[in-house]
Design a protein around this ligand. Structure first.
Ligand SMILES: [Fe+2]
Ligand SMILES: [Fe+2]
Length: 371
């Protein structure tokens, strides 16, 4: 990484409302009716909408919730990874000096819980953003599609909450930096910024993160849950790319510059500020001391870059990389993520991520019900 994370600044922002039950944000947007009902005026959005209708799954009945999740065994599997990390550093005088397998295993359990908790909160952000898009986007095909995404996001919040509640030990409150990012996206009055913030940046990152975790986890319930969620997320990111491509072609340089800056700010936040500080608090370790070591971990640096595997090609497709003298390209170069620019963009990739056999499963069920 070329720039050093300012840990002091990151840690100075923390969630002080961990007991609040509701959180209110003004969304500053006009609800837009359209009297142009021509379905399929935007064929790619219409195709996505038809696909979404056939890709609905049921979080209660399509996942194997009777799977026994053995957290301790899962955690032990990961301890070797942590040991490799610890052996590459001199831990004398650090909070980890006296840690044994038990502490590393606990850290693994807490980290998994924190990560899935933030996924759950992010999913609620997506639910709210997409409901807002139903109101604010001026095109009927986009309203139709967004309506299916609202249902998808409700299901995602539902399954993550159920997993945390029934398989793990409850959840962490929303991380302060994630909350601020979601607030900024929801508050913005421009309809395309909801898409850019949520479908391109947050969901682009989530799609990469889900893919990484899906490949890594050996827990069969979580693996299937993530696979199902990914098939939906790929459509959502494609929805963002297909909608904004048309709109961004018509924007001036000055308008595009605002979008480039927004994308860059969101990138920095997502890369540098989502640091599991609450996990260290819970484990009784000084977060700053712990994070000074963690941010140097080469595995973490690699993971942080992989998170941009979807964002960068999608930004390229939208024309965001190269407008205004390649401003965003330069920023992504500094962040060390430009190498993803020619990876497949999600408007092409989403079809390969759809779940095979979901329609057969549905029709099989229908037949079973009918007999
Ligand atoms: Fe989602
Ligand atoms: Fe989504």
């Amino acid at each position: 990484m070329t720039d050093v994370v300012d840990l002091e600044a990151v840690l100075s922002v923390s969630n002080t409302d961990v007991d609040e039950v509701i959180h209110t944000v003004a969304d500053h947007a006009d609800a837009i009716f359209t009297w142009d009902y021509e379905k399929g005026a935007r064929p790619q959005l219409n195709k996505l909408y038809e696909k979404a209708k056939h890709s609905q799954w049921n979080g209660e009945t399509d996942l194997p919730w009777d799977t026994e999740v053995d957290l301790e065994a899962q955690a032990q599997l990961q301890v070797d990874t942590f040991r490799a990390f610890t052996e590459s550093y001199d831990l004398k005088g650090s909070p980890f000096e006296r840690w044994g397998d038990k502490e590393w295993a606990t850290l693994n359990i807490e980290s998994a819980n924190w990560t899935l908790s933030q996924f759950m909160h992010g999913e609620q952000g997506a639910l709210i953003c997409t409901a807002k898009i139903v109101e604010t986007v001026p095109w009927i095909d986009a309203k139709y599609y967004a309506a299916t995404q609202v249902m998808d996001e409700a299901r995602h919040v539902e399954v993550f909450a159920k997993y945390l509640d029934t398989k793990l030990s409850g959840y962490y409150p929303v991380n302060a930096h994630l909350k601020l990012l979601l607030d900024d996206i929801v508050e913005d009055s421009r309809w395309d910024i909801t898409y850019l913030g949520m479908q391109i940046m947050v969901e682009g990152l989530a799609l990469a993160a889900f893919g990484f975790l899906h490949a890594l986890t050996t827990e069969p319930l979580l693996k299937q849950l993530l696979r199902y969620v990914m098939s939906d997320e790929a459509r959502h990111v494609a929805f963002g790319v297909l909608s904004l491509k048309e709109y961004y072609e018509g924007l001036s340089d000055a308008e595009m510059f605002e979008r480039q800056q927004f994308a860059y700010e969101a990138s920095l936040r997502m890369r540098d500020r989502f640091l599991q500080q609450e996990v260290w608090d819970r484990m009784g370790v000084n977060p700053k001391e712990a994070l000074q070591l963690v941010v140097q971990d080469p595995g973490r640096v690699m993971f942080q870059q992989i998170l941009f595997a979807k964002i960068v090609p999608n930004c390229k497709k939208l024309g965001l990389l190269d407008r205004n003298d390649q401003w965003l390209r330069r920023r992504f170069e500094e962040m060390g993520v430009i190498q993803f620019e020619d990876w497949i963009d999600t408007s092409d990739e989403y079809e390969t991520l759809q779940i095979e056999g979901l329609e057969q499963l549905r029709s099989g069920e229908l037949r079973a019900d009918a007999s």
